[in-house]
Write a protein that binds this ligand. Structure first.
Ligand code: GCO
Length: 269
């Protein structure tokens, strides 16, 4: 096997992607599947999962789909037991399931704040707790938590999301402290602004936010779900066996950039 294949070959490994029926989760599932992993896609709607299964198959990736609510311990326990029985123990866990509510703090009901925290921060805790004992027993595992550039920044109207993603960055660090000794690598991926269903409301229809993203992102474009999927392949592979507690930002340089006045000091070679 070539050096590259050996490094990125995931054959024989089981990868679970929560919230994997669309967007970034789907792109991650496709990347891991194309690298040889047996991919399990979780979501809440069996109907959406069956539809997404056909999209995976159209790209040559056979997936096992299973609906369970990642915020409910009993459903997670039952779901992981089913996966372990039907597919095999989980070697690579991608905690991708997430949601966002763009509501100013003063207008956001506490119940909605808690709902976002439950999905974006508590569910990675619940699913990881259920999957990790097997990884510890096998002395091998990969956990990838979908953080965000909002793990580093706040912005108007996304208080719940940013609080969750900031917490997920430090939960990733704590998982590393407790589990790295068992040859389990726990890392985060922090997408910048990616063209997905989640960002459609602030990207499409000449939304002014689009201009902000363009000027703040040195790469000068929205990212694609595949940009994130490719980074996930690195963190799921042998190539990252000594990378721990790290959040890999896939953001076109936005976090490196304070910003500039449009047209000023631009060098166009
Ligand atoms: C928003 C966006 C962001 C992106 C992404 C950035 O409203 O600001 O939805 O949160 O989705 O999470 O990393």
């Amino acid at each position: 096997m070539s050096f590259i294949n050996n490094l990125f070959d995931l054959s024989g490994q089981v990868a679970l992607v929560t919230g994997g029926s669309h967007g970034i989760g789907m792109a991650i599932g496709k990347a891991l599947g194309k690298a040889g992993a047996k991919v399990v896609i979780n979501g809440r709607s069996q109907e959406k999962l069956e539809k997404s299964k056909r999209e995976f198959e159209a790209e040559g990736v056979d997936v096992y789909v299973l609906a369970f609510d990642v915020t409910k311990e009993d459903e997670v326990d039952k779901g992981i037991s089913t996966i372990e029985k039907e597919v095999g123990p989980v070697d690579i866990l991608v905690n991708n399931a997430g949601m966002i509510k763009r509501v100013p703090i003063l207008e956001m009901p506490v119940s909605e704040f808690k709902e976002v925290i439950d999905v974006d921060l508590v569910s990675p805790f619940i699913v990881s707790k259920r999957v990790v004992p097997g990884m510890i027993k096998r002395r091998k595992g990969k956990i990838i938590n979908l953080c965000s550039m909002m793990s580093e920044y706040g912005r108007n109207s996304v208080s719940a999301y940013a609080s969750a993603k900031g917490g997920l960055k430090l939960l990733t660090a704590n998982m590393t402290c407790e589990w790295a000794k068992y040859n389990i690598q726990v890392n985060g991926i922090g997408p910048g602004y990616i063209a997905t269903q989640q960002t459609a409301p602030i990207r499409e229809g000449n939304h002014p936010f689009n201009d902000l993203v363009m000027t703040r992102t040195p790469a000068g474009r929205w990212g694609t779900p595949e940009d994130v999927g490719n980074a996930a392949l690195f963190l799921a592979s042998k190539a990252s066996d000594f990378v721990n507690g790290h959040v890999l930002y896939v953001d076109g340089g936005i976090l490196a950039n304070f910003g500039y006045v449009k047209g000023e000091n631009e060098v166009n070679p």
